[in-house]
Design a protein around this ligand. Structure first.
Ligand SMILES: *[C@@H]1O[C@H](CO)[C@@H](O)[C@H](O)[C@H]1NC(C)=O
Length: 460
């Protein structure tokens, strides 16, 4: 793996899709690869959807001058979906014929190309045509991957239509998960972005050179085993767990966290529903009441728009003047994308009320912070189920999907108290942190997986 052997070093290009949930693991992987002497070219679809993405990119390139940035200028097209991020992914896909000249102009020639799973159906035919090994970075859990890989078969057999909510989905004799965990769009009769992606991209991913996944063996032993033992698909591509992808140094800002510095160790609940989910206004208010009633200290990221470029409404307008004043006595409110790393790594933080986006789950595991799961949509119930089973946190299943019901403040308060006061949960979370660090540390399962991949790329 060093230049001293006389071999050329691997040169790998990375292409993320849209949204922070997809961009973050790509940036972390890039940082991890350069630390291991891999040459990295990072291809950035241009323009980005959110300000947060473009800011993350400029901070990243400023701190990694050795990483080459290549802008991938997207074709202008009409918007056709209400979701700006899904729209953008379609746009990247429909611009993908512009990739071959971009890729072949890179020097030295590429050893491998790593793309987001949502781009697989467009990108893999292109890399196949130029005989470039193509890997997919799966940005959700391995458990979600079992569903992703089997979805075309399940949809084709209509088995999903016939099951009750509580029934377990089976493929051949393998139990995947209860139907109740499945992202709702995958169960809809009408066409939608997620269904289309799960049909088309899943089929193509099986033709990739391998799938990298941001998880670790001890965290998702069962799901990784099911895939790699050929129980989900007869001939799966190699699946390599390389997580948790560690946050890189410049993910920490020099944000003034004086308030947090003054709080006792482990006393603060961090509340965030991720970069994409905006709660309804009445639910934001109930959550505010719940936080105050719980008596816990908290840092709360409030968001009431999906794309930050549109975030203009004043917070006080959303939660009201009186509630705002009471909240300010007990907590810190942040209304924008925060550097989650600043908060989760802070010793004062002992709990995380989270939507369970996969990056957030991996970050909580990395820092040993227990989770109170409140999944909102997409893969988040699948992820919350993993969190609960492994003992990283608790989940109130009856709260349902986003907007299904209004969860009242008193109940939220009670669950916060139970989670923050649970000593065994605190200890379990610290044990998971140790496992996570072991996995990526020298000789750990994720370290070995990545080392083998780089060894192969060095020889290409
Ligand atoms: C703490 O959480 C665990 C789940 O990991 C649960 O089984 C246990 O009952 C909780 N303890 C208390 C005292 O609530």
């Amino acid at each position: 793996m060093s230049a001293s052997g006389g071999r050329k070093l691997a040169h790998v290009a990375l292409l993320p899709s849209a949204g922070m949930g997809h961009l973050t693991p790509f940036l972390r992987l890039a940082a991890l690869l350069v630390a291991r002497n891999v040459q990295v070219t990072f291809i950035t679809p241009h323009p980005t959807v959110s300000l947060t993405e473009s800011q993350a990119l400029s901070t990243f390139f400023a701190s990694f001058p050795q990483i080459k940035q290549k802008q991938f200028h997207l074709l202008p097209v009409e918007k056709n979906s209400f979701d700006p991020f899904f729209n953008h992914i379609e746009l990247i896909k429909s611009s993908s014929h512009l990739l071959p000249p971009l890729l072949s102009a890179l020097t030295p020639s590429l050893s491998a190309f790593i793309t987001d799973m949502t781009l697989a159906s467009a990108v893999i035919p292109i890399t196949q045509a130029i005989s470039l090994p193509n890997y997919v970075l799966f940005t959700s859990s391995a458990k979600m991957m079992t569903l992703f890989l089997s979805y075309p078969t399940l949809a084709g057999s209509r088995v999903l239509d016939d099951l009750e909510e509580t029934d377990v989905i089976k493929i051949r004799n393998l139990e995947l998960m209860p139907k109740s965990l499945v992202p709702p769009p995958l169960l809809q009769k009408s066409d939608n972005f997620l269904k289309k992606s799960f049909m088309e991209d899943s089929g193509k991913v099986t033709e990739s050179s391998g799938i990298l996944v941001n998880t670790f063996v001890s965290f998702e032993f069962e799901s990784l085993g099911k895939i790699n033992d050929g129980e989900v698909l007869e001939r799966p591509p190699a699946v390599v767990a390389i997580g948790p992808l560690p946050p890189y140094a410049s993910e920490k800002s020099r944000l003034q966290l004086a308030w947090l510095d003054d709080q006792p160790a482990g006393s603060v609940l961090y509340v965030s529903f991720g970069s994409r989910t905006a709660l309804a206004r009445d639910q934001i208010r109930e959550l505010g009441v719940g936080l105050i009633t719980s008596g816990s200290r908290f840092v709360w990221v409030v968001k009431n728009n999906i794309v930050d470029k549109e975030d203009s409404q004043e917070l006080e307008e959303v939660i009201g003047h009186e509630l705002m004043e009471r909240i300010n006595e007990k907590g810190l409110i942040v209304k924008s994308w925060v550097h989650q790393e600043d908060i989760l790594s802070h010793p004062a933080v002992g709990g995380f009320l989270s939507h369970c986006g996969w990056n957030s789950v991996m970050e909580a595991a990395w820092h040993g912070v227990r989770i109170l799961a409140w999944p909102q949509n997409g893969d988040q119930k699948v992820n919350a189920d993993i969190v609960e089973r492994i003992g990283l946190g608790t989940w109130v299943r009856s709260w349902g999907w986003s907007g299904e019901m209004l969860v009242n403040g008193a109940e939220i308060a009670e669950r916060i108290r139970a989670c923050m006061g649970n000593e065994s949960l605190r200890i379990q979370a610290l044990g998971i942190k140790e496992d996570a660090r072991k996995a990526v540390g020298f000789g750990g399962s994720s370290d070995k997986g990545l080392t083998e991949l780089i060894g192969m790329w060095n020889q290409f």
